[in-house]
Design a protein around this ligand. Structure first.
Ligand code: ADP
Ligand code: MG
Length: 394
């Protein structure tokens, strides 16, 4: 395997790996991971989210094969997979190659004839840490398969088919946010996305700020079941409120006044779940507006309120996330901090002034370690670009 040179880019290294393995020069497609600045558990309630693509990404290298197969190598996992594109009813194998099979299948379901290909994948996104390595893989792969087959699709269609691949083939009940951010990311911009209509607006972030992602390094076991419970609880809230307001389709349609007017019609738990979603939607819009107006104090307050709401109303935080946010919030140069992602572990996002970042990283890592004995991974990123083909010379 080629050694990584100190100043070598991921894509030129991947091109070398590809050449050594498959004996051809590939085309390479890069898609980023993402972080959500605010708007948690909003997507499946038809609400608003404010993600940004990050500078960490997944690259998929591809060159044609003469047969109807995909031969795939993941550099991260050091594993190969072989896929027969003529198989009519592919089954999931409960491994990473399901993402590849799922994306190929969804492209085929759109009626596209896919050409065979040799494929190598490499990512610098930590896998399974909540920064959406899965969407980055799916989006870069969809772009690679399309180009390899001489086809193209609108970005929004790529985002949607990658979501379907995760939902229907991999079996992960995820919203559209991750795939959308990976497709539509833009340097220096967050994306205000309406998850109902997929209308979006790119929002420039202050150049003096960094997005700092702190991984608590914990993932509590029950998170999958809790996620499904929350979705069900939201549906229960909608079912009750619909009796009074027939036009309601999702919590997105419910105002805070309507919720309070029917507080006693809802079980206390359901009320709190709905309260989070409805207030979170309002906070996303307030935060986006504040960022646009460079009112950083308000933006930071929205992030703090979001964390509190996720902790008390939605009950998806955990002591490590609370601690990480609490430590971060006390540092100099911090605009705001909150848990990001589904919860029960994973990462926090803090907006931090560039000049304060080094000290932030050092002191947050130190204090988190002192209390938990856990060494946190910390990533610093500006908002990065969405999926693109990259030029390389192996
Ligand atoms: P996240 O998207 O937060 O990183 P997920 O659990 O949604 O976490 O997705 C992680 C899964 O995606 C991995 O378990 C693996 O199946 C697949 N995956 C992501 N990146 C790669 C990669 N570079 N190579 C192979 N599989 C990958
Ligand atoms: Mg994922």
């Amino acid at each position: 395997m080629p050694e990584q040179q100190p100043d070598e880019t991921m894509e030129s290294r991947l091109a070398k790996i590809f050449l050594a393995r498959f004996g051809a020069e590939p085309r390479i497609f890069r898609a980023p991971g993402r972080v959500n600045l605010i708007g948690e558990h909003a997507d499946y309630n038809d609400g608003f989210v404010l993600p940004a693509a990050i500078e960490l990404s997944t690259c998929t290298a591809i060159a044609p094969r003469q047969d109807q197969r995909l031969h795939v190598f993941s550099e991260n996992l050091q594993e190969t997979a072989e896929i027969d594109l003529t198989e009519t009813n592919p089954q999931r194998a409960d491994r990473w190659s399901d993402y590849v099979r799922g994306v190929a299948l969804m492209l085929q379901k759109l009626g596209l004839q896919l050409a065979g290909g040799n494929i190598a994948i490499h990512s610098d996104i930590p896998i399974g840490a909540g920064l959406s390595s899965s969407a980055a893989l799916a989006v870069s792969l969809a772009s690679a398969l399309l180009s390899n087959s001489g086809r193209s699709l609108e970005l929004v269609e790529i985002a949607k088919l990658c979501q379907r691949a995760e939902n229907e083939f991999v079996g992960a009940r995820v919203g559209i946010m991750d795939q959308f951010a990976s497709c539509f990311g833009s340097v220096g911009h967050a994306i205000l996305l309406d998850c109902r209509t997929l209308e979006f607006q790119r929002l420039s972030l202050p150049a003096s700020l960094e997005m700092v992602i702190c991984n608590t390094m914990v993932k509590h076991e029950h998170s999958g079941g809790e996620y499904n419970d929350r979705r069900t609880q939201c549906e229960q809230g909608v079912a009750v409120l619909k009796r009074f307001f027939p036009a309601i389709k999702a919590l997105r349609d419910v105002t805070l006044e309507q919720l309070h007017a029917h507080r006693t019609d809802l079980a206390a738990l359901i009320f709190r779940r709905c309260h989070h979603v409805i207030t979170e939607n309002e906070r996303v819009l307030r935060c986006a507006n504040a960022l646009q107006n460079r009112d950083l104090a308000t933006a930071g307050r929205c992030m703090a309120e979001s964390h509190a709401s996720l902790k008390y109303d939605y009950e998806v935080s955990c002591k490590e996330l609370d601690l990480m946010v609490e430590i971060a919030t006390r540092r100099e140069g911090v605009i705001g901090s909150r848990m990001t992602g589904g919860g029960f572990g994973g990462c926090t996002i803090s907006l931090v002034e560039t000049a304060a970042v080094e000290e932030f990283k050092r002191s947050v890592a130190k204090e988190y370690k002192a209390t938990t004995q856990i060494a946190a991974d910390i990533y610093v990123s500006k908002a990065g670009a969405g999926v693109t083909e990259v030029e390389v010379n192996a």
